[in-house]
Every structure is written in C-alpha cells, then in structure tokens.
Write a protein that binds this ligand. Sequence first.
Ligand code: DI6
Ligand code: FE
Length: 387
Amino acid sequence: MAGAGTPETGRAALVIGGDRIVWAGAEADLPEAYRAAERTDLEGRLVTPALIDCHTHLVHGGHRAAEFEMRLEGASYEEIARAGGGIVSTVSATRAASEDELLALALPRLDALLAEGVAMVEVKSGYGLDVETELRMLRVARRLERMRPVRVRTSFLGAHALPADYAGRADDYLDQVCLPALRAAHAEGLADAVDGFCENIAFSPEQIARVFTEARALGLPVKLHAEQLSHQGGTALAARFNALSADHVEYATDDDARAMAAAGTVAVLLPGAFYFIRETKLPPVAAFRDHGVPMALATDCNPGSSPLTSLLLVMNMACTLFRLTPEEALRGVTVHAARALGLDDCGRITPGQRADLAVWDVETPAELAYRTGFNPLHSRIFGGRAC
Ligand code: DI6
Ligand code: FE
C-alpha cells in the first residue's frame, strides 16, 4: 500500500502480509522485495492505527433520558443514584431484555464506533448484578465480535452497583452474587479482565480488594472505575494490584499518579462522562504527564453518564476540556488504549502489529481532534482487509 502520508512526513508506504503489518516507512525506502507487490494508492491520505475504544458499557437495556431531564433541573448524578435511579434502573431494563434483544440494541452503537475507524472495543458487564444477567451481557459482547469486523475485549463488572435486595449488605452481595458470577464467567471464557466501581455510592476499596483477589486467583488482569465523583483510594488500590488501568480519575492526586506510574497503570480519561454529568473537577493531567502515566481516552458509552458513541468527539473533548494536545488525544485512542487493555499487537504502525488501520480524508493528525460532528474516515482496514 503506498501513497499514504502527511505533509510533515511526505509520502509513506506500508506493506501488509496476511493480517499483519510487514513493513512501514518512507515510500522512497520501500525495500526492493516489495516493489512488485500489489498496490493500493491512498492518494496522500493520513493513515493511523485503527482506533481503540478501551472503556464501554455498550451492552445494556433501556435509556435514562428522564434522569437527564432531572439533572438539568438540578438533581445530581449521585442524588439520583441514592434515590434508586441511576445504574440500578438500567439493571431492571437489562434484566428484562433477552440475549437477542441486547444484541440488537448494542449493534447500532458498535456500528457508530466502527464508522469512525474503531477496530477494537472493550465491553463491560455490570448491568445484570445477578449471575444469569451478568453472563448474558458478556455472551452478547462475544457475539458482537462474530457479527462485525472488530475485536472485542470483555471486562466483568459485577461490582458496579448494589442491587436493591442487597441494600446495606455489600459483602453478602459479593459472596452470593459477584464472586460466583466472576467464577462462572471465567469458566465459560467470557471475561478477559475484571473491573469495579470504587465510590461511596458503589463499593469501598476493601470490597473491591476482595474482587481483585479473586481475579488474581483466576489469573485475570484488573482495572477500576476510580476517583470519579470523590477520592476513595481506589487508584492506589488499583496500583497495588498492578491494574491495567484506573478510569475516570478526576479526583486522583499527585501521589496516585506516582503510584500508577510505578505500577504501569494507564489513566483512562473519559471526557464524555465529565461533560455529561457536568463535573467540574479536572483530572490531574499535569501530574500524569510529570510522572509519565500514559493517558488513554474512551467513550465510556453508557446510558447514565456518557450516552456517547463517538471516539472522535472524545478526542475533541479531551483537548478542549482537559487540555490534552491533539497528539496526546491520538495516542490516547491508539497506543495507550491498547496498553489499557493489556494488548501489544495493535495501536501502532510497526512491523508485526495487526494490520488494523484507519484511512482519513485529512491532511494532519490534529484535524482528527479539531472538528466536531464531522467524520473524515475514508476507509478502515481490519486484519489486512479493507472494510
Ligand atoms: N461510572 C460510570 O461513568 C458508569 N459506571 C461507572 O461506574 C456509569 C454507569 C451508569 O450511570 O449507568
Ligand atoms: Fe464506565
């Protein structure tokens, strides 16, 4: 494939063999051996790694537009959750939906992501909060991968919220539902990682530690929704368990950033949720930079705090709201997002990586973060094939 490139780099060439990148560099340096290969001229378009959405709740029933209206009238996200709305209202809608219904609801959300050049999506459970529905959500996530040219990584999120029948009995919920569901998901090969929500409206660091200990016993990596609404110590806990990522992290501190750097834990920033719940506390981006914590970006696509299916808009929001540079934003949805999922075969254009690529009708990488509501994707290459 030739003729890709940017004004800065000049014409570039990329050689694909099977589903892998074999060679990439300046067109002038293309080795003799590849010169006779079949060529596709991309006419100077920008080629990036295909985008990676490393944090979504893509599979869920229902919507929460009424809560949106309540929040516009002054109720906070936390108040709605405490009044019995929030996550547990999506739990009711998800429990009521069949596997096929959940699949039909998730597919258009997935298609919206793919239309913007995504080729890898993480999908969480967490709206079942009973063994059967948690497993159903994860089975739907696996089916998505078989229905579209995309890879899916799953995260078990049984510790997302406390169902009403366990009010005041979080440890009983963990013993009777969450941990058995985790073991069952693992036995069925449905969980690639384990996640939790550490917050005063969800689970304490001690309770999350119980879930992480089980994950470790099963050999599964962990990640955590941490310091989203308040500082609870979830980030430090995640670092102690060498978590792949700590997500949201608006209320994380300089010490948290240091611990994350030492543990190799990625900060997954979710500007869609920050925007939608009208949060005002900014994540400590300067501390992440100072300590060398990689920053990934994701949609957090979910019906309560981020009903969003555009990773390009997330890049724009990360720049305008969090003051990331456009280059940091692009790294956030490629190389750092891969790392947040524990993957080393995607997110970069280097030999040996999967040939999952996005071809854009733009001149410079910064243009990807610059516009809103416009999709400049020209084409997507998945496993070496245009699609
Ligand atoms: N934090 C979030 O932003 C999502 N989950 C979480 O733990 C929101 C989930 C929801 O409101 O439905
Ligand atoms: Fe989330």
